[in-house]
Design a protein around this ligand. Structure first.
Ligand code: HEM
Length: 134
């Protein structure tokens, strides 16, 4: 079958059990015939019907066999338009520096808590001393 291009709007129209498309990694799959066979149940597929299911699919950690199964239902690719949802996988691949700075923030936070603890300790000592003087 020649690969067809679908917009998210096109895909969104196929969101019922009798007509069920999902998008995984920018590819469109017609899972209508598969929904009853899915080992993970029909409910989860119906939940993502007509939408981008990349995140849901990857979160489960599907096997290679599951990925091969997917190919049987391939019907085309998504034509992404500005403002369309982007799958998480792509977004994190584009921004690895954000992760590094996230780690840096963690360290900064520990330092902050530590310094705050020290300040509280010495502040307390100081107050005690003041009271003893009086
Ligand atoms: C059309 C796309 C999908 C295909 C071809 C597919 C295929 C499969 C296959 C073959 C399995 C058996 C285990 C394995 O081989 O990894 C499985 C399990 C499972 N799938 Fe999917 N799946 C699809 C989409 C989804 C989506 C979107 C979800 C959303 C949450 C999902 C949730 C699950 C769960 C929770 C299991 C585990 C079931 C269990 O271990 O009892 N699947 N799927």
């Amino acid at each position: 079958m020649a690969a067809k291009e679908y917009t998210y709007q096109d895909v969104a129209e196929h969101n019922t059990k009798k007509d069920l498309f999902v998008v995984i990694h920018d590819k469109v799959y017609d899972t209508t015939k598969f929904v009853d066979e899915h080992p993970g149940g029909e409910e989860v597929l119906l939940d993502v019907g007509g939408q981008d299911a990349t995140e849901a699919f990857e979160d489960v950690g599907h096997s290679d066999e599951a990925r091969e199964t997917l190919e049987k239902y391939y019907v085309g690719t998504v034509k992404r338009k500005p403002g369309d949802p982007t799958p998480k996988a792509t977004a994190s691949a584009v921004s690895p520096p954000a992760d590094t700075s996230g780690a840096g923030m963690g360290t900064a936070l520990y330092a902050f808590v530590f310094v705050g603890g020290l300040a509280a300790y010495f502040g307390y000592q100081y107050l005690q001393n003041q009271q003893n003087k009086a």
